[in-house]
Design a protein around this ligand. Sequence first.
Ligand code: AMP
Length: 249
Amino acid sequence: MKILVAVKRVVDYNVKVRVKSDGSGVDISDVKMSMNPFDEIAVEEAVRLREAGIATEVLVVSCGVAQCQETLRTAMAIGADRAILIESADELQPLAVAKILKALVDREQPSLVILGKQAIDDDSNQTGQMLAALAGLPQATFASKVVVADGKATVSREVDGGAETLSLKLPAVVTTDLRLNEPRYVTLPNIMKAKKKPLGRLKPADLGVDVTPRLKTLKVVEPRNRSAGVIVPDVKALIEKLKNEAKVL
Ligand code: AMP
């Protein structure tokens, strides 16, 4: 059983992003880039399934600029077997990525596709759902537990008011939530080993995918600065303030 995992290169979660002065987007020049944290969890889950003898191959794919190769090498250092970079200097919106992944699903025929529930740069939370729709596959989003057996994936997911368990017939698409697992630390020997693992390169056009953006960003602004808090002397004063001064913004 083959597992395909999508990994995105994003601004590291520790970086405080700055908006470009012309409001056209976020400045990513000279900032640390890393693998999207939800995608690290996706790779870890796939590698655990291979280590448990349930999967036989973990293939990772990243769509974007040439530097995404670093993200793919990190995924292979976690334990993925093979990588494909879909190289494009254009802005790749979730629909374009979903179309690329659909073409790869057709080509590679994985039994399971694992993505992060969302990329921390665009916070779109769309790609997995769009891929499942385009490929006509069942989907379970925000997985907190995945069990694969007998051609099925049993996925637990947290929903409003409790936990839901879904049974999906494979092939299927799963997106990861934070609670699914804790990714392992990447060790130096595994980083060295990852350098020798196969990494293929394709362009969206090789897969017949048109990545022209469908959405236009009109403006990006910094969030408003929070005003300073006040210390109230007692509960009575707090209640008074909540009653008369607190407002929903
Ligand atoms: P999003 O819909 O943009 O929030 O992204 C959800 C998930 O789709 C991410 O966690 C990744 O697993 C996958 N994904 C999105 N963009 C890319 C990309 N450029 N390359 C590879 N995977 C991606």
